[in-house]
Design a protein around this ligand. Structure first.
Ligand SMILES: [Fe+2]
Length: 385
């Protein structure tokens, strides 16, 4: 198809060992007098952030540290951070951590300029102006949040997650330093790595994919296929960490530009109701979803099989698709992620409601390569048992 396309990333992306030290020079370039660094309490205590603070000191920048970002930030947690930001009238915002800290930082920077409340901005492109400059530094390899325009909050009162998707909250600078991921526990490595894999996979298959993102997606799939196991088995394997971090960044970029699909729509109720982290909430439905979608994109499934190293010579498109799905299930199993809904105690009585909820998420369902009815989605869930 002769598609037109647009493509956007943070203005600057730094990738590689030692790039956490770019925080200071970048903050200076962005005009900082005063810098507010935001993170969760654990990463702050671990020493992971030392190179960031050192680089700010080297540039003689005045900075403060808000270290109370929650794991799944709530709306009150956001206002706590915003109060600190406004009282100090900080000029540049540095979010350090997994998706939570980076997502919260995007909106704190935005609300330093935009009027109103956080709750005014739920939905798509509701943020009218860019905020104050932001630098996002990831300490995991999976969410891709450093490269996306998305910010997610837990709405405890409504018992749901609220999403802001707005081009005006895309960071000015994204920094991915694989050195910050070497202390990640193996379970977190697996969970976040499978999330990154599925960002690459879903955005590759998505209706919104384009030649730029398709190339990046396949590259990310290949890197994760060959490096997630080694990074899981030995966190100090620097080459594996490098490749998984790069794949996560690429997958964040493809997610941001081409979107994801039905698996992410289904993962929200599954994660909340079964108390699963995001990666396993996806891997439990991966096999059945991918078998269902393969009919729509046989050529792409063949490319996925090849990215895993499968010799597809002599295989017909159906055999190649089966091989691709088998390989991704083996990857998930090899890093200890669950691959069926039975393993995580799902109750099939909940399937119709989950399917209705996913079906209603038109942003994701309209981007999925196969048109799925509510009944089709129930079938995927049944097949996932
Ligand atoms: Fe995800």
């Amino acid at each position: 198809m002769l598609k037109t396309l647009k493509f956007r990333t943070p203005q600057w992306v730094h990738f590689g060992f030692g790039t956490a030290g770019e925080v200071g020079p970048e903050a200076k370039r962005l005009g900082a007098g005063r810098v507010l660094v935001l993170s969760g309490p654990n990463v702050a205590a671990s020493g992971t952030m030392d190179p960031i603070f050192d680089s700010l000191k080297e540039q003689k920048l005045d900075y403060a540290h808000f270290d109370q970002v929650e794991e799944e930030p709530t709306i009150p947690n956001f206002y706590e951070a915003l109060k600190v930001a406004k009282e100090g009238d900080f000029e540049v915002f540095v979010g350090v951590g997994g998706g939570s800290s980076m997502d919260l930082t995007k909106m704190v920077a935005a609300l330093m300029v935009n009027e109103g409340k956080l709750e005014d901005y739920w939905g798509i492109d509701m943020v009218p102006q860019r905020g104050r400059p932001s630098i996002l530094v990831t300490t995991t390899a999976g969410t891709g949040a450093e490269a996306t325009r998305i910010s997610v909050f837990a709405d405890k009162e409504a018992g749901t997650k609220k999403v802001i998707s707005a081009w005006n909250i895309l960071a000015d600078v994204a920094i991915v330093d694989p050195g910050l991921t070497v202390t990640m526990p193996s379970k977190v490595t697996a969970d976040t790595g499978m999330d990154a894999f599925i960002h690459a996979l879903e955005s590759y298959l998505a209706k919104g994919s384009n030649p730029i993102t398709e190339n990046m997606s396949v590259d990310a799939i290949e890197r994760i296929a060959h490096n997630l196991g080694p990074a899981y088995a030995d966190g100090a394997n620097l080459e594996a960490r490098y490749n998984v971090s790069l794949a996560s960044l690429l997958a964040g970029i493809t997610l941001n530009n081409s979107g994801v699909g039905v698996m992410h729509a289904l993962s929200f109720p599954i994660g909340v109701e079964l108390g699963l982290t995001h990666g396993p909430a996806l891997t439990v439905i991966m096999e059945a979803t991918m078998r269902s979608l393969s009919v729509a994109q046989p050529k792409k499934f063949k490319a996925v099989a090849e990215a895993f190293g499968v010799d597809t010579n002599g295989l017909d498109p159906w055999e190649a698709s089966e091989a691709a799905v088998d390989a991704m299930v083996m990857l998930s199993e090899s890093v200890g992620c669950p691959t069926t809904l039975s393993e995580v105690g799902a109750d099939r009585a909940r399937f119709p409601e989950w399917a209705e909820g996913a079906y209603a998420n038109r942003r994701l369902l309209d981007n999925t390569c196969r048109n799925l009815s509510v009944e089709d989605i129930v079938e995927i869930l049944e097949e996932s048992l």
